[in-house]
Design a protein around this ligand. Structure first.
Ligand code: SF4
Ligand code: SF4
Length: 179
């Protein structure tokens, strides 16, 4: 039968030579390749002992900020959830009660606020959409975990500690410079 292309090759069942039979030249060739890589600059780092330097505008774990008096800034408007391309943000809004002014800055606040870190692509759209400067991305990494449910970050992990505020100024300054 005539072949469709001229790339067809006839298989030759050739007897192996002595050097091919003992595999030694092939083993030495492989060792030579391995040895040559010993003297090349390593492309990998020994994480977690070694950590690569991150970009100044690296986008990591989110923080929900408080205002200067310690009240939560988020008003549960939902704009961050609408802007999120990964549909990673969910929240339940609640009305602020009398006497809760110190806890929540606005009359409406997020009773629950969750980000699914397995869905999040760290694009920063939530940060851009927020009209209250309530949500920011930090330079902190989201740690690995064996349980998927531990990647649903609620307010306990997102709202900043009132006594230990999360500094976002350096990343924001670099972000504005990069614009
Ligand atoms: S960083 Fe992007 S993907 Fe992650 S929650 Fe914000 S908008 Fe959604
Ligand atoms: S974080 Fe900002 S955009 Fe998202 S619900 Fe709160 S106030 Fe609205």
């Amino acid at each position: 039968m005539k072949p469709l292309t001229n790339r067809a090759k006839q298989v030759v069942n050739k007897e192996m030579t002595f050097s091919e039979k003992i595999y030694l030249p092939a083993v030495l060739g492989g060792l030579k390749t391995t040895m040559s890589h010993f003297f090349k600059k390593q492309a990998t780092v020994r994480y977690p002992e070694e950590v690569r330097p991150f970009s100044d505008v690296f986008r990591g774990k989110h923080v929900l900020k408080r205002d200067e008096n310690g009240a939560e800034r988020c008003t549960a408007c939902g704009l961050c959830a609408v802007a999120c391309p990964a549909e990673a943000i969910t929240m339940v809004a609640a009305e602020r009660e009398k006497g809760e002014e110190k806890l929540y800055r606005e009359e409406k606040y997020a009773e629950t606020y969750e980000i699914n870190m397995l869905r999040c692509i760290f694009c920063g759209m939530c940060e851009e959409a927020c009209p209250k400067e309530a949500i920011f991305l930090t330079t902190e990494i989201t740690p690995a975990n064996y349980d998927r449910s531990n990647f649903i970050y609620g307010k306990d992990k997102l709202v900043e500690d009132v006594n230990h505020r999360t500094d976002i100024t350096t990343r924001q300054a670099h972000k504005n410079l990069a614009k």
